[in-house]
Design a protein around this ligand. Structure first.
Ligand SMILES: Cc1cc2nc3c(=O)[nH]c(=O)nc-3n(C[C@H](O)[C@H](O)[C@H](O)COP(=O)(O)O)c2cc1C
Ligand SMILES: [Fe+2]
Ligand SMILES: [Fe+2]
Length: 400
């Protein structure tokens, strides 16, 4: 796509990766974008680059506006290769001696990614530089959001925040701005991004939002490095981040399970009916082998109840379920109540092992879990229904 002038003399020059479907284990059915920004003025500034294989396209977008040699400074907000992969060729085109601004950790991480002698300018938080034409750039360190090197760049007079991976979404369409898109679809992609990338850093995000609020920055536009730019009402995504970072849960239950011969699945069905009867508004049964872990995580993020079912396989939890649990553990969801269930044949270890996994994630386990040998009978399914009911009532703070 051609570059777009998003504000006077500020251009989005990044690229669309329409066909990517797996972003380090995150399913991206709508592709993604690698956004990069060019500010034209007395000092020409390039903020971030793109994944290495798209560098030629970035260069051609830049050339549509200016000769890359006329870029005076480059800013790297984040060292991860989806934004830095293009740096070696970009610096070669811009000029190897041009200043490359980054955070302190950015300097370290750029050195560990690229063996180049760049003219690195380390900046600290709140540091400002004038770029002429009445414009100032301010840098805001956002350590561990989501890498040690991450920072924001703020174009002060215009109120534009270049927010790197924060507030982004893996979405590639023809749209550029929030007002060109259906808001619930946009927020769904943003939520999935948060659940899969930013969730473990929620406490830091809450702190950062507070600090940015106290700085009183005017935010006319929030421009992440992935997906749609927020210009109509950046408050929408800031409010969503405020809610998500507090890990607010809803009256919602997720029932994830795997099954070989449908017995654990029958248990899951009965648990679901119990949850519904208890008044849980959103009940999501998910077979883990038919769903992607990153979609499961999006559902789990705002659920109060997590029910996990596995048959026993060779004295273990079913591997497809362990995949999801390992992934979930790393993303550190908080404030959940959980219970385990599963069918077994002779040794039946899965429920006990699931309980240990769930406890290890800091989930509250008010029930010891339910094991049923082979195929459940009608009254055993009633027990499953009862488990679902009790968990559903607890989720709503109602009496069991
Ligand atoms: C989403 C994400 C999370 C990461 N989490 C960690 C982490 O917790 N600890 C760590 O040491 N490195 C972490 N890394 C950094 C990677 O391990 C690092 O980039 C590594 O060089 C990637 O190796 P690869 O090129 O074989 O994928 C993370 C990277 C990404 C993209
Ligand atoms: Fe990143
Ligand atoms: Fe990224």
């Amino acid at each position: 796509m051609r570059p777009v002038e998003i504000a006077p003399n500020v251009f989005e020059v990044g690229v669309r990766d329409w066909n990517i479907r797996d972003f380090h284990g995150y399913s991206t059915p709508a592709g993604t974008t690698y956004n990069a920004f060019l500010i034209r003025g007395e000092t020409n500034v390039l903020i971030d680059t793109v994944k290495a294989e798209f560098t030629e396209e970035l260069l051609s977008n830049i050339r549509a506006i200016m000769d890359p040699k006329d870029i005076d400074i480059v800013v790297s907000n984040h060292t991860e290769m989806d934004h830095s992969g293009g740096l070696p060729r970009i610096m070669a085109a811009v000029g190897q001696d041009k200043p490359l601004y980054c955070s302190k950790m950015g300097a370290k991480n750029l050195a560990r990614h690229f063996r180049e002698n760049w003219n690195l300018k380390e900046v600290s938080s709140s540091e400002e530089i004038s770029i002429g034409s009445g414009r100032t750039l301010m840098f805001i360190e956002t350590r561990m959001l989501h890498w040690p090197d991450s920072m924001f760049t703020y174009l002060k007079e215009d109120g534009i925040l270049f927010s790197s991976d924060a507030f982004g979404q893996h979405y590639a369409g023809s749209e550029i701005f929030d007002d060109q898109m259906d808001m619930s679809e946009l927020l769904f992609h943003a939520k999935k991004y948060y659940a899969n990338i930013l969730l473990p850093f929620s406490a830091l995000i809450a702190k950062l939002l507070k600090a940015v609020g106290e700085m009183g920055l005017k935010l006319n536009m929030v421009c992440p490095d992935h997906g749609i730019l927020w210009r109509k009402d950046p408050g929408v995504i800031l409010d969503a981040y405020d809610r998500w970072s507090r890990q607010e849960t809803q009256n919602k239950a997720v029932v994830i399970y795997d099954t070989m011969w449908h017995s654990t699945e029958m248990m899951a069905d009965a648990i679901v009916s119990g949850l519904v009867e208890a008044g849980v508004e959103q009940v999501r049964p998910i077979s883990v082998r038919r769903s992607h872990r990153s979609d499961i995580m999006t559902e789990i993020m705002d659920a109060k109840v997590v029910m996990v079912g596995s048959p026993t396989l060779n004295n273990q939890i079913f591997p497809a379920l362990m995949d999801v649990l390992t992934y979930m553990k790393g993303l550190k969801p908080q404030g959940k109540i959980a219970a385990a269930f599963g069918s077994y044949g002779w040794s039946g270890e899965a429920v006990k092992l699931l309980n240990a996994e769930l406890a290890g994630m800091g989930f509250e386990l008010p029930e010891e879990g339910l094991r049923i040998q082979y195929v459940p009978e009608r009254d055993q399914l009633t027990l499953c229904h009862g488990l679902g009911m009790r968990m559903g009532l607890r989720a709503q703070g109602r009496e069991v």
